[in-house]
Design a protein around this ligand. Structure first.
Ligand code: AMP
Ligand code: ZN
Length: 492
């Protein structure tokens, strides 16, 4: 259903600093790019908050009936230790410290990231491209920027000429930074002397002899600058003008400002129509961050194996906790906050169970249609999940009254209530349907039992029974596979 036709979605655009009506480049389709993790360490819950915010955006766009191409990259090269093109490559440093190959670091933390996103019920993006898989395209973009006169080579490295770009364009358009201030406030750091201006940024860095992550290029054996990969991969997969580009607030400058400059001087267009920035998750009043040790890992919340929480919490509780704040607001992580979220989440889930057993009456004491509209209004107002959740609790209140026979609802309204509640709780907010999970555990158990019985039949040379079990399961969409380690199954 093309619900987007009747829903006026407004998105806060960081570029215009205002809420704007969402109009897509192509009718019915959305191209969305989100900066992915730098895979040099485990993702912490702060990273998870940002990615979950965009998972919710992705889910709501799908719910509205858009065909979404969602690209979230993996940064596996070029991200240096600080933003001033200085220091070691984060992945190369980790590889050096652990005495392993950089690609082993990349593999380890990409797998960790995927495990976390799966456990936390994220929908997978449509494309997940890597920086190292797009070196050729990055070199081509650098050549184009040089040919347009906005980049220069020094000693095998190539830098973007911010001053030259700013003569005809606005460097600072997104972050609001004034380039003159930037000139005065930027220290001349060691190793930066080859730049014409301190605020220029690297497009290509020549690798010194110790640097393992290197590729050949027209300028030197080296590696691309961090900002370049996102310009390259977003235009490659989504075109020169994309609908939405997202990331955490801390990426606005310099990362996204530099992305705009690079893309704009190649295409002559503003590359992104709606810039979206998610706010930070705090712990002990400070930004959750790997570098300061002020963080908690998503797995440790599920196991309870950490020093911050008094108990383990479920995926749904963590998602509820993150969704009950607006994505543009700061959110404080604490044991008390999670306990409160657990209470709220349980209450919501309980009422969904109760809803199943409600019987219809002749009249409705709940204006379901007006309530449903309020839920959409909340989400259409820049994805306001806290208001949505407050609306969901109006339904919870009604369901509890109806359970105690203090209110009634007609059959038609009951259907709308069920469908709407399910859609927002499970499809849009992405909370997990524990009952469904229990059902699937039960199915797994039954199939395991049938596999055991089939094994016994085969041991008794009862081939007819063994084949019957296999064939009838296949009709149900359950395929058995006999292997050396025993029999496994897949459910289609
Ligand atoms: P990184 O791997 O460091 O590039 O970060 C991946 C994403 O997580 C980026 O979009 C960051 O903005 C975001 N991020 C990092 N720390 C936090 C935090 N404490 N709260 C929310 N998002 C964060
Ligand atoms: Zn990026």
């Amino acid at each position: 259903m093309e619900l987007y036709k009747e829903n006026q979605l407004k998105i806060y655009n960081s570029l215009s600093k205002s809420k704007e009506l969402f109009k897509t480049v192509t009718e019915g389709r959305v191209g969305m790019y989100v900066c992915g993790p730098t895979v040099y360490s485990n993702v912490h819950l702060g990273n998870v908050r940002t990615f979950m915010s965009f998972d919710m955006v992705f889910r709501y766009l799908l719910h509205l009936g858009y065909k979404v191409r969602y690209v979230r990259n993996i940064t596996d090269a070029g991200h240096l230790e600080n933003d001033a093109d200085e220091g070691e490559d984060r992945i190369a440093k980790k590889a050096r410290l652990e005495e392993i190959e950089p690609m082993e670091v990349v593999q380890r933390y990409t797998v960790d990231f995927h495990n976390v996103t799966k456990k936390y019920n994220f929908l997978p993006p449509s494309i997940e491209p890597t920086a190292t898989g797009h070196i050729v395209e990055q070199i081509e973009m650098i050549q184009e920027i040089i040919s347009k006169g906005f980049a220069y080579e020094v000693n095998g490295s190539v830098y973007f000429d911010v001053i030259e770009y700013n003569k005809t364009n606005n460097y600072g358009i997104l972050s609001g930074r004034n380039i003159e201030d930037a000139i005065h406030n930027t220290r001349t750091l060691d190793g930066q002397s080859e730049k014409k201006n301190p605020q220029d940024f690297a497009l290509w860095k020549k690798a010194d002899e110790r640097h393992i992550m290197r590729w050949s290029s027209p300028w030197s054996d080296g590696f691309p600058g961090w900002h370049l990969e996102c310009s390259v991969m977003s235009s490659k997969y989504l075109g020169e003008q994309i609908d939405i580009h997202g990331g955490g607030m801390d990426l606005k400058f310099p990362h996204h400002e530099c992305e705009i400059a690079q893309s704009h001087c190649c295409s002559g267009k503003q590359p992104v129509n709606y810039w979206m920035h998610a706010n930070m998750l705090l712990l002990n009043g400070q930004k959750m961050a790997k570098s300061t040790g002020n963080h908690i890992l998503p797995d440790a919340i599920l196991t309870g194996n950490n020093k911050i929480l008094t108990k383990a919490f479920s995926v749904s509780v963590v998602r509820f906790f993150i969704m009950q704040a607006h994505y543009r607001s700061i959110l404080d992580f604490s044991n008390d906050a999670l306990l409160a979220s657990e209470k709220g989440c349980n209450k919501l889930m309980e009422s969904i169970k109760v809803l199943k057993s409600l019987t219809a009456g002749k009249t409705s004491d709940f204006d379901v249609k007006a309530w449903k509209q309020k839920c959409y209004d909340a989400m259409n107002d820049d994805f306001n999940t806290p208001i949505l959740i407050a609306n969901l609790f109006e339904a919870v209140k009604f369901i509890n009254l109806a359970k105690d026979n203090k209110a009634t609802i007609t059959a038609d309204d009951l259907t709308i209530l069920k469908e709407t509640l399910h859609a927002f709780v499970f499809d849009v907010l992405g909370l997990l349907d524990d009952e469904k999970k229990q059902d699937s555990n039960k199915i797994d158990g039954v199939v395991e039992l049938l596999i055991k019985l089939r094994k016994e039949a085969r041991e008794n040379k009862d081939w007819a029974l063994s084949d019957q079990i296999r064939d009838e399961l296949l009709v149900l969409g359950i395929q058995l596979k006999d292997g050396r380690e025993g029999t496994t199954f897949t459910i289609s």
